[in-house]
Ligand binder design. Structure first.
Ligand SMILES: NC(=O)c1ccc[n+]([C@@H]2O[C@H](COP(=O)([O-])OP(=O)(O)OC[C@H]3O[C@@H](n4cnc5c(N)ncnc54)[C@H](O)[C@@H]3O)[C@@H](O)[C@H]2O)c1
Length: 269
């Protein structure tokens, strides 16, 4: 399905951990669509070396960066521009982590050191990436920046604990930075609110499999897959969505606007 809609565009893709990662699929599709990009992930996440396969497949350079570390981000954007030969047209933020979820700590009992860490990794890192790009003037006019979010930013999902708060902040950063970047460079900033997806981050959540099935029953189109999400990201990076900015875009097969499905009622009998 390649149409070269990203031909000539340069980008940064963060968060590809293994072949299940949403960012991994985005990288494969961006490559198919003619983009050139650098890949990045936290140095610790690269120990498994999986990302090297993706780099080979997409002919891209890997620049390690802890997204909470501004020095690392400076290096990522500077070296990325040097390597690709110009400013960026798109950036994907595909980063999330909650120690409270990892340790199975329920929301009323959150450990605040873990909350601070989670905010930094999952939400502030987005501001830090945007601020780094802003300071270095690293984005071409009409560039597109996308971060991945989840509907727990709007509705209560008890098992998603503090990640819900991180996503609410992430979406707020997209709106407010989107305003400033739009004014200065016509750069677009959006979040895509994705269906539950079977990845390392997703499957780390307690009860994920049951919830995946529940969401699938509720969505008229079924859950959106990681591949579908990658296609949506490509559309958002392309020139076909030039006037979309500061939005949280639901990509969930209709889940968010369905109160209840007949299949869910059937399952209650
Ligand atoms: N899987 C789902 O159900 C789902 C649903 C909606 C949104 N999302 C979001 O999609 C994004 C990607 O997650 P995924 O599901 O592909 O899982 P994933 O585990 O494959 O990706 C998460 C990535 O975050 C990276 N990361 C963690 N800490 C980092 C740091 N300090 N610096 C740089 N990178 C760091 C990890 O190394 C990993 O590559 C996340 O923001 C996640 O919250 C996922």
């Amino acid at each position: 399905m390649a149409n070269s809609i990203l031909k000539g565009k340069r980008g940064i893709i963060t968060g590809a951990l293994d072949e299940n990662s949403i960012a991994w699929k985005v990288a494969l599709r961006a490559h198919e669509e003619g983009a050139t990009f650098v890949l990045s992930n936290a140095p610790i996440a690269m120990r498994m070396g999986e990302i090297n396969k993706l780099a080979e497949q997409t002919n891209s350079k890997i620049i390690p960066a802890d997204a909470t570390n501004v020095e690392d981000l400076n290096k990522l954007f500077t070296e990325g521009m040097d390597h690709l030969g110009g400013k960026f047209d798109f950036v994907l933020h595909s980063i999330g982590m909650s120690v409270n979820i990892r340790k199975n700590i329920p929301y009323p009992e959150l450990n605040y050191d873990y909350v601070s860490k989670g905010f930094d990794v999952s939400a502030l890192s987005f501001h830090k990436m945007l601020a780094t790009a802003w300071k270095l003037d690293a984005m071409n006019d009409w560039g597109s920046v996308v971060a991945l979010s989840y509907i727990a930013a709007q509705k209560a999902y008890p098992f998603y604990t503090d990640m819900a708060d991180f996503k609410a902040m992430l979406e707020s950063i997209a709106r407010t930075f989107g305003y400033h970047y739009g004014k200065r460079n016509k750069v677009r900033v959006n979040t895509i609110s994705q269906s539950p997806t079977k990845t390392t981050a997703g499957s780390g959540i307690k009860g994920f499999n049951e919830f995946y099935d529940f969401a699938n029953l509720q969505s008229p189109l079924g859950n959106a897959s990681a591949e579908d999400c990658a296609n949506y990201c490509i559309a958002m990076f392309s020139d076909m969505t030039r006037m979309v900015t500061m939005q949280n875009l639901f990509h969930d097969g209709g889940y968010s606007f369905t109160g209840v499905s007949m299949e869910q009622l059937e399952a209650m009998k």
